[in-house]
Structures are given as C-alpha cells and as structure tokens.
Ligand binder design. Structure first.
Ligand code: ASP
Ligand code: MG
Length: 412
C-alpha cells in the first residue's frame, strides 16, 4: 500500500464527463489498495471568468474579496468529484483549504503556504478509509481568518505541499499532456517526452516559459524531495502511461548535456546608450524599475568607444515595455544617458541541462549554429545549467529547431 496525491488540472475537470473520468483514475488507485488524496483545480476557464468579474466590479478591488471569489472555482470541482466517487461506491469527502487547514501568509492573490496540518487527512485514511478530495489553489491566513489563494496555477503547489505534509510516496500531476517534453511539440514535431527530469532543470524550464508546472511547486518538490510525476488524465484510466518523473539528478542514469529547449515570447529589449560610467548609475536605472514592480531579466553592460560611458542593455516583460520606457525617460537627467533604444516582441530561447556543469563550450556551439542560420543574437546570458539568447521573434521556430537538433534531442 502506498499513499498518493493525485492532482487534476482545469482541462481534466472541465465538465462532468471529465470529472467522471477523473473518478475512474482515482478508483484505479483505490482498488490497488492505496490511500489517496486528490487535489483539483477549477474547471478550465472558470478562474479567468472569476478574475474578470472582480475586475469588472472594481478595477481596484479588495484583494481579500478577490480571494473569496476566485477560491470558489475549486470548491465546486472538489464537491462534484466527491459525489462522482461516491457514486462509484468509493468513500470520499471534499475538503476546503481552511478545513484542513492549509495555513498561508496574508499575501492575498499570491499567498505562500506556511504550514499544513496533515492529521485530519491521515485520520480520514486510517479511520474512515476515505479518499480526501481537496480544493487546490487556496488556504487560510490564521490570524485574520481570511481565505487566501496561491497565485495562478497554484493548485500544483497545493498538491506538492500536501504530498510533503502527509508524507506521500508520490505526487501525480495529471494534465492534458503526457509529460515534460524536450521542447514544445507544436514547434518541433520531433520533440520527445522525457522519462526523467532533474528538479533543477524543471525549475529552469518552468521559469523559462514551459507552462506544465507552477514554479513554486517545483521549488517545494525539490526542497521536500517529493517524487513528482507529470502525466495525462486523457490516458485510458485502465492503462495509463507513467509520464515524466521529476527527481533528484542522482536518480537520472543517462545524463544528456542539454535536456530541453524552452522559449518565452513576451520579452522586450531596452538599450541605454552612452550612460556615464560611474558608481551608482546601475542603481539609478534599476531601482525605479524595481519600485514599479517591473521585472528586469537579462542585463548586459558594455564599454563604449570613449571609455567614459557605457551602453546598457536589458530585458523586461513585453507587457511592461511602455511603462519601463516612460519611467526611464522621466529619470533621464538623473541617470544621464544619451538615448534610449528599444525593441518589443523579442524572444528568449534557452537551453537547459545539468550536464552543462561538467561540459565546456556548450553555449559556444549554439552561437555558431545560430549564426550559420543567419540568426542575429541580441543578448546572451548564462548560468550554471542554462544559457539564453535573445533573438527576433520571426526566428523563434528556426532557433528552437536548430538547437533541438544540435544537442541531439531529435533522436530517440
Ligand atoms: N484555478 C487556478 C488557476 O486557474 C489554479 C490552478 O488551476 O492551478 O490559476
Ligand atoms: Mg496548471
């Protein structure tokens, strides 16, 4: 007997037929004799609708009430799944976040889980032989007694945190794809499902735009060493495929240098020309952007011809491009730059792999391959296990395909 957490995302619970299908997946595990806690998302599209209603009611709404509204989507699916399970003759009950309780801080709209008391859930297993159906994405701030939500995509995090709290043997994240791929299969048809991905690689992939898992859920899985699978609820419930295991790097036998290629489309580039090369200038540029909650990503500084000034290039999310430009133009005199150039709609393509730690020249190979295809690189950043290049959007597919082939990911 094992203890399992099974998480089902929005497309897996999109309507009653899909919820019955989830019940069949759960029944399979119960019939095997396992103790099961299920975590559900809201029906797909529901949370967007609820968010839109809050904005419509008042653009500057009270975030505590926003949480009260958007947490409701998961309450519906948790209750409906419990009913569907009972209909199959399986003992089950629904749990709202506060009933467990899942304790969070009070950052409404993007709260962090502080603690989960697993006692009630464990009692449900041992005393009542009961499946726990838990509303994902939500918790409670103990001091104020208010309902909180964990940020978009947060039910992944609920699932992993619950798995850690009840010491589950496994956390299965069911979604509409059957695992983590070497890259986006819509761009590269030769993309392959990975059998295993290291936590750190998954963390990079999730941060770099692969939308399978919420970043925070991967952090939690890594810290608590939760054995996490990404798999499909669209598989036959009687004969499902195992999906992709996210695990410690020591558990990966055949290590590739590069495991995956990710891309993120919504980037913008800003270049400040001839900035005075003196202490405090970087702060003068980036502090106002940080104060405005604008996330700066790649930063590159080069010395200009005259050696007294410098050129600074960096990226911001495309949605923040206009705001960032306005802030910088306003601070032009304080910063002291000659002019501002920018490009919206540029793309960041990244290669990720823990093998980069032990291999030299991995990125250099890519620069050559991209140059051979006539792709101009606007900026580069590297870290221990990934490198990213910023390119023009029209070359996204070509660049992703080129790197996928270059690092031997096309071949099985
Ligand atoms: N329903 C929430 C959302 O759409 C949480 C989740 O699906 O993970 O963001
Ligand atoms: Mg999701």
């Amino acid at each position: 007997m094992a203890r399992l957490v099974m998480k089902f995302g929005g497309t897996s619970v999109a309507n009653l037929d899909r919820i019955r299908n989830v019940a069949a997946h759960v029944k399979r595990e119960v019939d095997e004799g396992h103790e099961v806690a299920v975590v559900v998302s809201a029906m797909s599209g529901k949370t967007n609708e609820l968010v839109a209603w809050c904005k419509d009611a008042d653009t500057l709404h009270d975030m505590r009430e926003y949480d009260a509204v958007v947490a409701s989507g998961e309450l519906v699916t948790a209750g409906l799944l419990a009913i569907a399970l009972q209909k199959e003759g399986i003992a089950a009950r629904s749990w709202q976040g506060w009933q467990i309780p899942i304790l969070t801080d009070d950052a409404h709209g993007s709260a962090r889980i502080m603690d989960i008391d697993g006692t009630a859930l464990s009692e449900g297993f041992s005393k009542h032989k009961q499946v726990a159906v838990i509303a994902g994405f939500q918790g409670i701030h103990a001091e104020s007694g208010r309902v909180t939500t964990l940020g978009r995509g947060g039910s992944d995090t609920s699932a992993v945190a619950i798995a850690a709290a009840i010491k589950a043997d496994r956390c299965d994240i069911y979604t509409d794809v059957d695992g983590v791929y070497t890259t986006d299969p819509r761009i590269v048809p030769k993309a392959r499902r990975l059998e295993r991905v290291a936590f750190e690689e998954m963390l990079e992939m999730a941060s770099l735009g692969a939308k399978v898992l919420q970043v925070r859920s991967v952090e939690l899985a890594m810290v608590h060493k939760v054995k996490t699978f990404v798999r499909s609820s669209f598989d036959d419930p009687a004969d499902p495929k195992p999906g992709t295991l996210i695990c410690d790097e020591e558990d990966i036998l055949e290590q590739q240098v590069v495991t995956g290629i990710a891309y993120s489309k919504d980037e913008a580039q800003i270049t400040l020309r001839r900035v005075a090369d003196k202490p405090g200038v970087a702060a003068a540029i980036f502090v106002p952007l940080a104060d405005a909650n604008i996330n700066v990503d790649m930063i590159i500084q080069v010395v200009s011809d005259d050696a007294k000034t410098t050129d600074l290039t960096f990226t911001v999310p495309a949605a923040e491009y206009d705001r960032a430009r306005t802030i910088l133009e306003k601070a032009k005199n304080e910063i002291g730059f000659a002019d501002l150039h920018g490009a919206n709609g540029v793309v960041k393509v990244s290669a990720i792999g823990i093998g980069m730690r032990s291999h030299a020249g991995v990125a250099a190979k890519a620069f050559k391959a991209l140059a051979d295809k006539g792709i101009n690189i606007r900026a580069i950043t590297t870290s221990e296990i990934k490198f990213s290049v910023l390119i023009d959007a029209e070359y996204t597919e070509l660049a992703v395909r080129t790197l996928h082939t270059l690092y031997g990911l096309d071949k099985p």
